[in-house]
Each structure stands twice: as structure tokens, then as C-alpha cells.
Design a protein around this ligand. Structure first.
Ligand code: ADP
Ligand code: MG
Length: 701
């Protein structure tokens, strides 16, 4: 084991954080920058110049030689283009330079990033703009400056720009509500997120032997291991030494980068683990989660391991998700999703709670599609992750309170009485005791909501953009009503009552994995059930969604059209690659392996019969016969899959193409896999070309 380092000493060592700003900037520059960070004021160019100088000096002291604008294009991973600080000097030497202009704006040649038709190639240059609210950091000797990425027309080409816009929309509407409740001190309202990240670790040696893992991040073949997760012995189990070393190293790297990595444990599936940081402001949490995923992979390599972030790397055991713990709070430290102490605070809490309930019901489709990817389609609704139906879990106590308010009946908690909002104190209800319902996609856990449908490789930006925007819309409707109300308290009471009665269909405390729930949700309650990415993604362009998102200036119509296109394109490309990989593996490795083993058995039969002609050779003949049938199936099904790939060319839109993938390609991939997986169970391990599930899942000790 490595020597233990002092955590406070290394924490944030590679971050140009507030401590660095305060000590390296003049007080005038510092206070101007703080205003930009805290209140969203525009950056003054002279301030940018001073900040750039201080940042450069700090970065060079830390050994950095390059800088980069770090951004999140729609590929789903982060992008960076490194520029050295060097600038030639007349005497032939170099000096290290970095200007305010270079800090504020960059122009990556971005013609190869997805734009969904927003940008013609002749104007291929996009530009990146510094996000001063997310601290710059050093990674691999490079000063990374978190930025937003836009086209020259100002259209967002990344995930961060709309995220910042959605936070601003929520801020605007939430402040209106707070003012109505007499709060004049809060200057801004921000959302916070703590994302819990799941992942798998396997050995690099085995990973290298699997083309499916290398090309697609998941196994496309693989017979079940004799042991899977059925004993529940991995969940919270003792962490193996090699994994422990990886985690120590990972924590240290993350701490240096200012990521508050806090909790780590083994998850349900063998080889599956989780890391949770302490929550932070949403845009920072988003940047840091991207960084966390990147560092996880890098640190794993150092330990001879590979970190799999795919949502479903292995069939038959749980896949990986990401829980997005989300809350809203003021700059004065009030969590608006925390029940208060006074009647007014309670009423305010209930109003924000109702705003979320209404938002989730009105925009179920947006929340669903914000987590939709080819990978996540394998989890949602597969009894290991929340169903594709979106619903809200509140717990029995809070549900009973809402029920009493809706019906104007006494709440039978502590003392029986009819509650009048703004007048009565909310009856005390035990918080977060029974809220261990892990099957709900969207659960209230005492002072925050946990959105559990995200896939492990998802950027958390998309989910939070939709969540922030939808809640901003509820709050806007409330604020419009309340600002014009003659009697604030009775209007408030009536509005809350009406929200509960209009939206209670979205509330569900039962078992989300139960088939009966999906039936009830869709048939009785009329909730939507979009099982796959092709089912939900086109709804991004439904009129109500476009109206809401454009009215809050989170997206323009053109941006939404381009995003829908890109998300579906990503889906199509990913499954397409998977199908090609399956065919390749079948033809070049699986069929030859089957032939090789059959040949071996056949030769054994001849040899045995030469010794004793009357021997039955039952084992050899039956295995060879079955393998022959399976080999034919694998051959035919590969051909059919190839045909289905060719047919994708007939689709005239990406929506059609994605539907054809869902209806033709994926089922054919399943059929091909079934034949190959059965063959794997019959062929000797030494002849099978890939490490088995048992090898992969139990490889790290
Ligand atoms: P679990 O869900 O595993 O029981 P917790 O609920 O304690 O774990 O915490 C999970 C995550 O929620 C952590 O990242 C934590 O920092 C985050 N979290 C806690 N409080 C809040 C909050 N008010 N807003 C957002 N995230 C929070
Ligand atoms: Mg949790």
C-alpha cells in the first residue's frame, strides 16, 4: 500500500480555487471575479487579463506546460485541444504566455463535432466561452478551463450551455416565489446535485481479449457464469485489496482536483462498485462527474484494470446507473425542499414540493428522454433499475399529508386537524425512514429528490436541464397566479390543493418493478411508458415541450431539432457498431472455435473406434451434432443480421432508422447471441476464444 497522504494538504491542490484566487489576485480583481461567480455578472476584460496572468503563474508552478478549453460536446465525452503556453521571443528562446482573451474565448476547429445540422461546414468553427463558476484545474500538465461551446450564431453545441440556462430559468422563477413569501435577502437560488456513480472493474488482460468490450464497452456474447449475483454477497461486501488500492489512488486523484469523493462500496453485481461525492452546485457537479468518469478510467489502467462505465456490460447481472440527488437552495443556505419550522416555511416547502410533482407529471417524457441511450435501454424496466414509467415516491407520511390537504380532511398524524397552509404548522412527519424504496425512478428522500433513472455513462447535464426547466415552468405558473392574487394565503392553499388533485396520478409508493404497476400506470393512470430511445426521443419536439423549453430560453427550436437528431444518431451508430462487432466475432472467432472443437471431437471418435469399433462415443457425437446445428444457426443469423444492417440504408430519416434498429436489428442480435452462448456452454474452455463471464466477473482479487 502507498503511504497515506494528508487529505487537507492535497485537497484541491490542482485547482485554481477560491484560496488561489484570494491569494493571487488583487482585492479589486478578486471581488470583481467573485461577483461574476456568485451573481453571474459579465466578466470585465481587464479582470480577465489579471486572472489569466495569475492562473498561468500558478499553473506553471505546478508544472503545467499547456492550457486547454475543456468542454462537453454532444458526443457525451469531454473534449480538449491543448495549446502550449510558449510564445517565441526574438532571441530564439520562448516565453510562457497566456492572455485574458485566451482565457475568455477559444476557437476549436469543431467541424467534426455533432451539430445535428445546426452549423454548415463552411462556418465550421465553434467557439468556447469560459465558465468562471466552475474552477480551472490541472490535469496531465495542462491547465483545463471549463467552458461552454457554441456556434458563431450563438447556438449551443454542448451540454453545459443549456444547463447554465436552465439553472438561470429556475433561479428567476424561484426568486419570484421567495419574494412573495417575504424573503428579500436571498440573491440567488441554485440547484445542487450529488451524483452516485456505479462502475465495473475487470482486468485489462481479459478486456484486451474481448473485441466486444473494446469496441462497444459491453459484452455482446457470453454464457451465464455458474455464479452471478444471487448470493447478494458482493453488495457492501469486503473490498478486495486490488480494488482497495484502485479506490485509494482514485480518491487521491479526485481530491487533488477538488472533487469531494466521499463514499465507496461494492455494488450488487460481482465486480461492480460505486463512488459518491458530496453534492455541489449543479454545473460544478456536472463538470466534476465528467472528470470523475475520466479519472476512473485512467487510474484503472495504472492498476492493470479497466473501468467499465457502460450501463449493461454483462447480461444476467445488474447493470450500472447513476443516481442524481437533486435539491434547490438559496445563497443564504436555505434548502427549499426541506420542511421548515413555521407555518410560512411549511407552506413554502409544500409549494416547491408541488412544483416538482407537477413538473415531473407534465414533463415525464422529457425526464425519460433525458436519460435515453442505447446502453440505458437495457436497464430501464428490466427489474434492476426503475421502470421506464416515470413516477414520484413521497413515502407514506408525506403522501398522507398531501392527501389530507387535497380532501380538506383532518390529517391523522400527531393531532387530528384540518390543515390550513400558511397558518398551520405542517404536522411532524418522520423523515427519510421508510424511503428506501429503490424501485422508484424519482424519490423524495427528506430534503432532496433522487432521480434514479440515469445511466452510468450519461452526462448528468441532460437530466438536470429537463428537471430545472420543468420545475421553473411550474414555479412560473405559480408566481403568475400568486402575484396577481387578492388573498395570497387562500390562493396559495387552493393552488397546492389543485396541484395535488391534478397530479396525484404521478405519485406511487409501491413496487416499481411489479408488472402490475406498469399496467396500472399506463392503463388506469395514463402515464407514459417509453421503453426505448426510439420511442421517447422524438417527443423532444412535441409542441408542449418546445414551447416550455423555448419560453424559458433554455433551448431554441433549432437547438432542440439538432439535439433530437444527434441523440438518435448516437443511438443508431452505437447499435450499428455492436451489430458489426457481433458479426465479426461470430465469423472470425466463434465459428472457427466451434469447428476446431468439433474436429477435435470427431478425431477422438475415429481414434477410439480404431481401438474398439463398437464404442458408442455418445458424448462426442451428441456434442458434435448439436454444435453443427448451432454453427449453422450462427452462420445464418449472422447473415440475417447483416441483411438487417443493409436495410437500415432504406430509412429516410433518423427516426425511421432508429425504429428499424429497435424492431429488426436488436431482436436479430439477440437471436445470434442465443446460439453462440449455447455453443459456449458446449465447447472446451481452452478452445473458446474469449474469457468467460465467470473469468471476467471474478477476475479482480
Ligand atoms: P444513499 O442514497 O446511498 O442513501 P445519501 O442519500 O446519503 O446516500 O447521499 C447520496 C448523495 O446525495 C450524496 O452524493 C450526497 O452528497 C447527496 N446529497 C445529500 N444531500 C443533498 C442535497 N441536499 N442536495 C443534493 N444532494 C444531496
Ligand atoms: Mg442514493
Amino acid at each position: 500500500m502507498k503511504e497515506v497522504t494528508s487529505v487537507p494538504e492535497i485537497f484541491g491542490a490542482m485547482v485554481f480555487d477560491d484560496r488561489q484566487m484570494r491569494s493571487r489576485l488583487s482585492s479589486k480583481v478578486y471581488s470583481s471575479l467573485r461577483k461574476t461567480i456568485d451573481q453571474g455578472r459579465k466578466v470585465d476584460p481587464s479582470v480577465a487579463e489579471s486572472v489569466a496572468q495569475a492562473m498561468k503563474e500558478w499553473a506553471i508552478e505546478k508544472g503545467a506546460t499547456h492550457f486547454t478549453h475543456w468542454f462537453q460536446p454532444l458526443t457525451g465525452v469531454t473534449a480538449e485541444k491543448h495549446d502550449a503556453f510558449i510564445s517565441p521571443s526574438p532571441d530564439g528562446s520562448v516565453i510562457m504566455e497566456f492572455s485574458g482573451k485566451e482565457l475568455i474565448q477559444g476557437e476549436p476547429d469543431a467541424s467534426s463535432f455533432p451539430t445535428g445540422g445546426i452549423r454548415a461546414t463552411f462556418e465550421a468553427r465553434g467557439y468556447t466561452a469560459w465558465d468562471p463558476t466552475s474552477y480551472a484545474f490541472i490535469k496531465d500538465k495542462t491547465l483545463c478551463i471549463p467552458t461552454a461551446f457554441c456556434s458563431y450564431g450563438g447556438e449551443a453545441l454542448d451540454k453545459k450551455t443549456p444547463l447554465l440556462r436552465s439553472m438561470e430559468a429556475l433561479n428567476r422563477q424561484a426568486l419570484r416565489i421567495l419574494r412573495l413569501f417575504g424573503n428579500t435577502s436571498a440573491k440567488n437560488v441554485k440547484t445542487s446535485v450529488g451524483p452516485e456513480q456505479e462502475y465495473f472493474l475487470i482486468t485489462k488482460e481479459m478486456y484486451d481479449q474481448r473485441p466486444d468490450l473494446r469496441f462497444t464497452g459491453r459484452t455482446l456474447y457470453g454464457a451465464r457464469s455458474p455464479k452471478g449475483q444471487e448470493m447478494d454477497d458482493h453488495y457492501f461486501g469486503v473490498i478486495k485489496p486490488r480494488v482497495q488500492e484502485f479506490m485509494c489512488d482514485l480518491n487521491e486523484e479526485l481530491w487533488k482536483l477538488g472533487v469531494l469523493a466521499k463514499t465507496e462500496h461494492n455494488e450488487v453485481s460481482p465486480a461492480q462498485h460505486e463512488l459518491a461525492p458530496i453534492y455541489s452546485t449543479t454545473n460544478i457537479a456536472t463538470d466534476q462527474n465528467q472528470l470523475t468518469m475520466e479519472i476512473m478510467q485512467k487510474v484503472a489502467t495504472r492498476h492493470g484494470l479497466v473501468c467499465l462505465l457502460h450501463e449493461k456490460p454483462f447480461a444476467g447481472v445488474n447493470g450500472s446507473g447513476k443516481h442524481n440527488n437533486w435539491s434547490i437552495s438559496t445563497d443564504t443556505g436555505i434548502n427549499l425542499l426541506s420542511p421548515g419550522e413555521t407555518p410560512y416555511e411549511n407552506a413554502q416547502f409544500l409549494l416547491f414540493l408541488c412544483a416538482v410533482i407537477k413538473a415531473v407529471d407534465d414533463y415525464q417524457d422529457l425526464l425519460r428522454l433525458s436519460v435515453a441511450t442505447a446502453g440505458n435501454d437495457h436497464r430501464l424496466g428490466a427489474n434492476e433499475a426503475p421502470p421506464a414509467v416515470i413516477s414520484v415516491f413521497l413515502g407514506d407520511e408525506l403522501s398522507a399529508i398531501l392527501d389530507a390537504i387535497e380532501k380538506d380532511i383532518p390529517y391523522s398524524g400527531t393531532e387530528k386537524k384540518i390543515m390550513k397552509l400558511g397558518v398551520d404548522v405542517l404536522p411532524a412527519f418522520p423523515r427519510d425512514n421508510t424511503d428506501r424504496n429503490r424501485t422508484s425512478p424519482f424519490a423524495f428522500t427528506g430534503n432532496k429528490f433522487e432521480f434514479r433513472s440515469l445511466g452510468s455513462s450519461n452526462s448528468i447535464a441532460c437530466a438536470n436541464i429537463m428537471l430545472n426547466s420543468a420545475v421553473a415552468e411550474s414555479l412560473k405558473i405559480y408566481a403568475d397566479r400568486l402575484e396577481g392574487a387578492e388573498d395570497f394565503e387562500s390562493t396559495l392553499h387552493e393552488m397546492i390543493r389543485k396541484t395535488i388533485s391534478d397530479h396525484k396520478r404521478i405519485l406511487f409508493n409501491g413496487n416499481g418493478y411489479d408488472d402490475a404497476w406498469v399496467k396500472e400506470a399506463t392503463e388506469v393512470r395514463g402515464l407514459s411508458n417509453y421503453r426505448t430511445t426510439p420511442d421517447c426521443m422524438p417527443h423532444l419536439l412535441d409542441e408542449k415541450n418546445v414551447t416550455m423549453l423555448t419560453s424559458h430560453k433554455v433551448f431554441s427550436k433549432a437547438e432542440l431539432e439538432s439535439r433530437c437528431e444527434i441523440m438518435l444518431e448516437n443511438y443508431c451508430k452505437q447499435v450499428h457498431i455492436e451489430a458489426n462487432t457481433m458479426i465479426d466475432m461470430a465469423r472470425k472467432e466463434i465459428l472457427p472455435a466451434i469447428e476446431c472443437y468439433s474436429d477435435k471431437l470427431s478425431r477422438t471418435v475415429s481414434a477410439k473406434k480404431a481401438i474398439a469399433a463398437g464404442l458408442a462415443c455418445t458424448y462426442e457425437t451428441s456434442v458434435v451434432s448439436r454444435l453443427s446445428v448451432l454453427a449453422d444457426q450462427i452462420y445464418e443469423r449472422s447473415g440475417e443480421l447483416e441483411g438487417a444492417i443493409l436495410k437500415l440504408g432504406d430509412a429516410s430519416t433518423v427516426i425511421e432508422e432508429s425504429a428499424s434498429i429497435r424492431d429488426n436489428l436488436l431482436p436479430k442480435m439477440g437471436e445470434l447471441r442465443a446460439a453462440a452462448d449455447e455453443a459456449e456452454t458446449l465447447v472446451a474452455s481452452e478452445c473458446w476464444p474469449f474469457p468467460s463471464y465467470g473469468d471476467l466477473l471474478f477476475s479482480v482479487r
